[in-house]
Ligand binder design. Structure first.
Ligand code: SF4
Ligand code: SF4
Length: 390
């Protein structure tokens, strides 16, 4: 098994892409094992950060979306986008972010340095390696005789908008990895509801659920409407470490979500779960009890937001009084509507917890009454009452 290392004599942009492909083909790209010490990049052979050729991050926000995932990423703190871009994380390869939300060049065509030129360079094979981030759902461009649903830049030869599906066809085969950011890009989201006119879908629906990049990496789906900021920044960091041979294959579940982020339910991490267990349910907003009767889907939704908080560890839907509407789930929104109604499946379990909860609560009150007192030997007097034996 070869050891992934970077040769300082060569530009590492080319090497980083090869390392990941090598990792996939040699078995170092495992989803279920930790990377072995001998497989790690040798620190003394990694060029200084400022001397490294960057990994490019090409962000296309031209899917059907509200750009909420771009906005969300600006709020990431663990790590922040600034830390990623400025190389503040040990061992993180240099990254050049081409992101419409913040790039000074984005907007109309501006000659050779125009923002869209980065995407054309990638199409021509002049940017290697690059990670492609897609925001927004993929409209079905095949269902209409003329016009387009979504465009990103202009085709120089025709002057016509380049559709998202065209960019996906051109860039996905060349990308080191494809990241679907937010529920619209992962599974279609709100635009893909029953009755929509665009035939919207997620990136895996378009490229195929078994699709893999040239480096052997499946589509990485980070859902959320919008995405939890740190979930995205952390996933990008993981892929950058993987690209530089410092992490094994990103572990994904059967819906292509990072397993360490989406392995538990909202309910598992909810501040109100104790109330649920004791059958204590809110009937109006603004109370501290469990919100299941008001429409919370938390017990059956995979999301870490109540544990992680929303920004800088604070917030997190039910923790701060909002029902979970299951925005990270592939069936969102259709399977979880109408939002403000009690989930049908929760009636049996919440009725059972009300019966069981009353018994448990009363037993706990008895124990609490005993436990909420100091031991009797802690008092003044000339006698030692602790039971001490010399
Ligand atoms: S508010 Fe929702 S997630 Fe929290 S305990 Fe109740 S059902 Fe579970
Ligand atoms: S807790 Fe529910 S509504 Fe909130 S982000 Fe997670 S899945 Fe979405």
């Amino acid at each position: 098994m070869s050891t992934p290392t970077l040769d300082p004599a060569r530009g590492n942009g080319e090497q980083l892409g090869k390392l990941s492909a090598e990792a996939a083909s040699t078995g170092t790209a495992r989803s279920d094992e930790r990377i072995q010490p001998e497989e790690r990049v040798q620190p003394d052979r990694v060029p200084a950060w400022e001397d490294q050729a960057p990994i490019h991050l090409l962000w296309i926000n031209a899917g059907l979306s509200c750009d909420g995932d771009s906005v969300a990423l600006t709020a990431a703190t663990q790590p922040s986008i600034e830390e990623i871009v400025l190389g503040a994380l040990p061992g993180l390869p240099r990254v050049d972010v081409h992101w419409p939300l913040i790039d000074f060049d984005s907007g109309p065509e501006q000659g050779a340095d125009t923002f869209i030129e980065w995407y054309r360079k990638a199409e021509r094979g002049e940017l290697d390696p690059f990670v492609l981030v897609i925001e927004g759902s993929v409209a079905n461009e095949e269902i209409k005789p003329e016009g387009y649903w979504t465009g990103f830049g202009i085709e120089p030869a025709t002057g016509q908008p380049v559709t998202l599906t065209t960019w996906l066809d051109r860039l996905a085969p060349k990308a080191l990895a494809v990241v679907a950011a937010g529920t619209c890009a992962t599974y279609g989201g709100i635009h893909a509801m029953a009755g929509n006119p665009t035939g919207a879908m997620g990136v895996p629906d378009y490229l195929g659920w078994d699709w893999k990049s040239a480096a052997g990496i499946p589509i990485v789906c980070v859902p959320g409407c919008p995405i939890q900021p740190d979930n995205l920044s952390e996933t990008l960091v993981y892929l950058l470490y993987q690209a530089s041979g410092q992490a094994p294959m990103i572990p994904l579940d059967d819906q292509l979500r990072p397993r360490w982020l989406f392995g538990s339910t909202v309910h598992d991490g909810c501040d109100r779960a104790g109330y649920y267990e004791e059958g204590n349910f809110a009937r109006t907003y603004g109370t501290e009890e469990c919100l299941v009767k008001l429409g919370c889907w938390g017990p059956v939704v995979k999301c870490n937001v109540p544990k992680r908080g929303w920004m800088n560890g604070l917030g997190g839907c039910p923790n701060v009084g909002g029902i979970c509407i299951a925005c990270t789930m592939p069936g969102f929104p259709d399977r979880f509507m109408p939002f403000m109604d009690e989930p049908p499946g929760s009636r049996v379990s919440s009725a059972a917890s009300q019966i069981y909860g009353r018994v448990i609560t009363n037993l706990r009150r008895i124990t609490l009454h005993t436990a909420d007192k100091e031991p009797k030997w802690r008092r003044r007097g000339d006698e030692l009452l602790t039971g001490y034996r010399p």
